[in-house]
Unconditional design. Structure first.
Length: 88
């Protein structure tokens, strides 16, 4: 007796589509808060989704770009403030 359906090819694609969407959302959110943490996570998720062949390639590329933008915004703010941390 089998309680679950056998894994199909669609399950893997759905996972990568979720990673692409998550990278986009985390990259977008990272522009506002916690860009030091959310930027790299968005980059990693987008890279994995692209490597696995997601159907949402555009969303993954946007997530990758936003993740890089998060880190660039952080670097610009650190340069402008002449500090490494966000403390006053």
């Amino acid at each position: 007796m089998q309680l679950t359906a056998p894994a199909s090819r669609r399950t893997g694609i759905r996972d990568t589509d979720g990673m692409a969407v998550a990278s986009f959302i985390l990259g977008l959110l990272g522009l506002l808060v916690l860009n030091l943490f959310l930027g790299p996570i968005a980059i990693v998720l987008a890279s994995i989704a692209l490597w696995r062949g997601t159907e949402r390639r555009g969303r993954a590329l946007l997530g990758l770009g936003l993740g890089v933008a998060d880190l660039l915004v952080l670097a610009a703010f650190m340069e402008f403030d002449s500090t490494i941390s966000w403390s006053l």
